[in-house]
Design a protein around this ligand. Structure first.
Ligand SMILES: [Zn+2]
Ligand SMILES: [Zn+2]
Length: 209
């Protein structure tokens, strides 16, 4: 699996593009902004997008979905518990002083345990609520894409609409069952590993594993 991260938009949300070198099939996770930078990466590498996937539907993670969908025709996948936030993206953005166009309706409603495939690559959907109701992590090929659930040394906020610290801590516990050397690619900031986070991240220290 080849993988690149682009830090996009005013809040620097990580967009992850992962693809198979042989078949050139891949996924785009959290296309938050700056669609041209995403298109350039896709074109330069000849990637065919199988799925556009939202770790969650905060506006800084979904802003480039309309243009990306128009260009690639790929289905947009979002967790069922995130539909309300997904439909309210313009209002979310307006609260931060940004203007977004409405998102196309999602094509695929995800649930915990679903698997998304791109060529020989498989990504397991892990429902990790807490930062938002329908937040997910995507696990496959030794990598977990964690959105705003888990950051290197920190976690996402729980004071937004639908957030819950209790649920987020339960989600962290779920992630701790992944192999230690799993590479963590968060929704903001640098990457890490599950082992490092379980040992060093202060939010893991109070959790009984
Ligand atoms: Zn978020
Ligand atoms: Zn974010």
């Amino acid at each position: 699996m080849l993988l690149k991260t682009l830090e996009l938009g005013p809040l620097g949300a990580n967009c992850v593009i992962a693809w198979d070198a042989g078949t050139k099939e891949g996924i785009v996770v959290d296309p938050g902004d700056e669609p041209d930078r995403i298109f350039n990466l896709l074109d330069d590498n000849g990637i065919r997008v199988k799925y556009i996937i939202c770790t969650h539907a905060h506006f800084d993670h979904v802003g480039a979905i309309p243009e990306l969908k128009r260009k690639t025709g790929a289905p947009v996948a979002v967790h069922g518990a995130e539909i309300e936030l997904y439909g309210a993206v313009r209002d979310q953005a307006a609260m931060w002083g940004y203007e977004l166009e409405d998102l196309p309706p999602p094509d695929l409603i995800l649930k915990d345990g679903d698997e998304l495939k791109a060529g020989p690559l498989t990504f397991l959907v892990i429902h990790t609520p807490g930062h938002s109701p329908g937040g997910i992590c995507l696990y496959g090929q030794g990598v977990v894409i964690t959105g705003d659930t888990l950051f290197a040394g920190s976690i996402g906020r729980t004071d937004f609409y639908g957030g819950s610290m209790e649920r987020l801590l339960a989600s962290l516990k779920k992630l701790a069952s992944l192999p230690e050397d799993t590479r963590v690619i968060p929704g903001h900031g640098p990457s890490s590993t599950i082992g490092e986070e379980v040992r060093e991240n202060p939010f893991y220290q109070g959790i009984e594993l």
